[in-house]
Design a binder for this molecule. Structure first.
Ligand code: AMP
Length: 363
């Protein structure tokens, strides 16, 4: 029986384990908390101090989160997939953007800066701009929109010492795709989704019907996976500009929130495919079964939700991570499938209205 070790105990690990049960695998989770979603469903939980024991017991190690403690990383042994080199690239927003730009991938204009050079970098990039802390940023955390020099004050309390300064991209939409690559180099890319964020956090997404954009995205994601010799998943987020140009915002070498719809919308979920390729099995079909989308449940408890109504929407399925409620925290999500896009939009609108009790006009 294969034993898979997962670094990180969040919901991505939780869904990986639930999907992996079908494959008959054993799971170990390394996380600070035995109550984290993945820790609770693992066969065995390890605190960070026991990283060596965790590595010894695992046949292969993967990760569901990139901001792994330096100390843990330095003590890691065994087979890690995707590789630690890929992880290192992702741990710094500056390294990630510089790599993409040097290799000729489309990215927005950016500068790196420290506290002393921040103002100068902002002058070079121009206003409005987006300043991002080098590391530990996700879901809009460690990110500051700077409209004019007057906003520089806001950066006084910014986390970290080094920053990525980006031009503000007036995108028309945000697009992403998750790809999977096996050790033998077989690549499959999931259908592209259009993603709608609120305050830097994904609120909902659905499979796109823009074929031309899809072709360009699939080609970039495949090329990037090949270039990184990646074994596992790679999620790539893009901005689509008014001129229909694609710019990469960021990538993540792990399951991704924009790929949650694959649990119901495609033949093989992103989680199952991660497990297949890290254990040397061929990736399963990434093809779409039905029109599909997902709505995130942010900052709500189960008691706040009229589950009876939400689950009365045909094709809606709830995934509840069992975390402690905090404002805007990702608490769970609802996947929705439908026979066509119009039906999907109607169902997703209904779910959004039910969850957040306000009218949404789906983009
Ligand atoms: P990130 O933390 O980089 O994933 O950014 C979170 C969200 O902030 C993105 O999904 C965008 O909606 C927005 N964002 C990030 N960078 C930029 C940028 N350079 N221009 C405009 N919006 C941005």
């Amino acid at each position: 029986m294969k034993t898979v070790g997962i670094l990180g105990g969040g919901q991505l690990g939780w869904m990986t384990i639930l999907e992996g049960r079908k494959l008959g695998y054993r799971f170990l989770v390394l996380d600070e908390s035995p109550d984290a979603p993945a820790s609770r469903v693992a066969d065995r939980w390890f605190p960070p101090e026991q990283v060596e024991d965790f590595c010894r017991e695992a046949d292969v190690i993967t990760y569901e989160f990139e901001h792994i403690d330096e100390e843990v990383l330095s003590r890691l042994g065994g087979e890690v997939r995707p590789s630690l080199e890929v992880l290192e690239l992702k741990r710094s927003r500056i390294r990630e953007k510089t790599f993409l730009s040097r290799r000729g991938y489309p990215v927005c204009r950016f500068r790196e800066a420290d506290r002393e050079t921040l103002e100068e970098a902002l002058e070079e990039i121009g206003y409005p701009a987006v300043v991002k802390s080098e590391s530990l940023g996700y879901d809009g955390k460690g990110q500051y929109r700077i409209a004019s020099p007057a906003d520089l004050e806001d950066l006084k309390g910014a986390a970290g010492e080094r920053f990525l300064v980006e031009e503000f991209v007036p995108f028309t939409s945000e697009i992403s795709a998750v790809g999977v690559r096996s050790r033998s180099g077989e690549i499959k890319v999931y259908p592209v989704t259009e993603n709608v964020h609120e305050g830097g956090i994904l609120l909902y997404n659905y499979v796109s019907s823009r074929r031309e954009v899809e072709r360009a995205v699939v080609s970039i994601v495949s090329e990037l996976m090949e270039e990184l010799s990646l074994v596992g998943l790679l999620a790539v987020e893009f901005f689509l500009t008014e001129e229909e140009d694609l710019l990469i915002n960021e990538f993540a070498p792990r399951p991704h929130n924009t790929g949650h719809y694959t649990l119901d919308g495609t033949y093989t979920s992103q989680f199952e495919n991660l497990l297949r390729v890290v254990t040397d099995l061929p990736p399963g079909s990434t093809k779409l079964k039905l029109s599909a989308g997902m709505v995130n449940i942010l900052g709500l408890s189960l008691e706040d939700i009229d589950l009876r109504e939400v689950l009365s929407v045909e094709g809606a399925r709830l995934y509840w991570y069992g975390k402690k409620k905090r404002p805007r925290r990702k608490m769970g999500h609802v996947n929705v499938v439908a026979t066509d896009r119009r039906e999907l939009t109607g169902k997703m609108g209904r779910i959004l209205d039910l969850l957040y009790r306000k009218e949404f006009t789906l983009r």
